[in-house]
Write a protein that binds this ligand. Sequence first.
Ligand code: G6P
Length: 614
Amino acid sequence: MCGIVGYIGKKQAYPILIKGLKRLEYRGYDSAGVAMIGECGELNVYKTKGKVDNLTEYCNDKDVSGCVGIAHTRWATHGEPSARNAHPHYSRSRNLAIIHNGIIENYADIKVRLQAEGVEFRSDTDTEVLVQLVEYIMEKKNLPLLEAVQVALHQVIGAYAIAILDRREPRQIVAARKQSPLVVGIGEDEFFLGSDASPIVEYTDRVVYLEDGNIALIRLDEELRVITILGEEQELKVKTVDIDLGQIEKGGYEHFMLKEIFEQPECLMNCMRGRINVEGNHVTLSAMIDHRQRLLGAKRIVMVACGTSWHAGLVGKQLFESLCGIPCEVEYASEFRYRNPVVTKDDVVIAISQSGETADTLAAVQLAKERGAFIYGVCNAIGSSIPRATDTGTYIHVGPEIGVASTKAFTGQVAVLSMLALCLAKERGSVSDEQYGEMVKELTLMPRKMELALKTNEQIRHLAPIFTYAKNCLYLGRGYNFPVALEGALKLKEISYIHAEGYPAAEMKHGPIALIDSEMPVFVIATHDHLYEKVISNIQEVRARGGRVTALVTEGDTRIQKYADHVVTLPDTLECFQPLLASIPLQLLAYHIAVCKGKDVDRPRNLAKSVTVE
Ligand code: G6P
């Protein structure tokens, strides 16, 4: 949610900033802007509504010189998307420029105070309030930028990652974070700044992840300094990031989303590597070794997550309950954090998050922690806030996910939850050795089966135009396939803007059946499992009302084609692993429908990949 980039060094900043913004565009793209201190010492700010390409076009005839700069791609919270509200924002004197990701909750109070002192505002944003406050403090108290930022941040309530330039200090960037991510890259005679490491990895693999309450003083030809807002000097924790540039580029695919859908077999192998042994008969998770007693002692598992990650949690619930016999709940993090949930020290709370930065999930983790629960993270972004806030966890290791609609993270999360459930079940003795062996073996076969599931791509590409004109779609599934139905519907909504609902197939008759007609496509996940016969009855209920059915079936199925208009065939697998395969054609379906409709698949309107505001 909003992307931040910064550069200070000996090279021209502008091309580096623009490239960085493009890498971060998944975080927001309603407006973009850049600020550079030019060769003659002027602080130039350029900003436009819309995507980064609009900004570069606008800058074509502008002076973009300078070796220090900051840049921003916005996902609007306060103030409509417009050039006026885009970042960077100048201070009153235009000596300072700020970029910000997050929300300043008490901005209205501060604004009124500053207005009473004669400060005039040029935008409707909470961000401008912060830069005006910093300048006001600098002037009133005669403080340098760093100290004024410390004082200002004491007055601010909310979440932020910020970077500030001062025209009078052209060899410096001051950056700070609280609850919004910020990474500093350390190169040779140069520094980089990013909301995540993706704009940085091309230049250096040495990074410092700022902690909450940290301020970075980044000065050319000096060591990086990290100081708390209380002024305490922090020891530098330099980490090495291991992201291959190819992972964050499209690699010949038309869209990141398609690339990421097709990466799933390899992602799954990476996710299982070192966890399932080469013989394919045993799963080990380091978290399980390090925290065996605590995990085995769980009286209950509570999963907290948002969006697609919440759907993965619904699959996890069925695994933990059926394999391990542990009661399990799956909560929307945004609801959990504001209820007064019953959480005890006997609970294990699993936070599932691709980005590891989702504000509601992070807050839910903090609440559960305060109540003494043991916290387990299932995340993708290494070193992000949620893994750092948890007691232990397992990374899904699917590589950077850039497409805003999550795909490979879902299957990675389901795979990790499956491995965790298997470890727990084995240790608790709640599965037989035979069942355990069969399930582990099946997991190792999954990358190959995913490849077969991807072979449905051509068929789905041809089917997609039929559904382009639908206004509503229904996705039905039962058991392990119910979360798949939810996820399929979410994908379609996100990128094609067709309204879609996921429903448990039998529950359909308590409402959605009233909507069924020949205009509303119904997608049914009807793979071979213990509910197969029941799902066939549900398909017939749809057909009887003139509904048009597209069914996902298991290879060898001969019955469903009698009732369905279209049939898409998937490899056979164990019931509990169906989501790993059945989600793939539904991802492809949403993708091809959106492409047919000419939608911007990787940057759907109003969405952001990483939701760092609540
Ligand atoms: C946003 C994204 C979704 C994602 C959700 C949760 O809504 O657009 O794709 O599932 O956030 O994100 P997380 O990073 O916590 O998994």
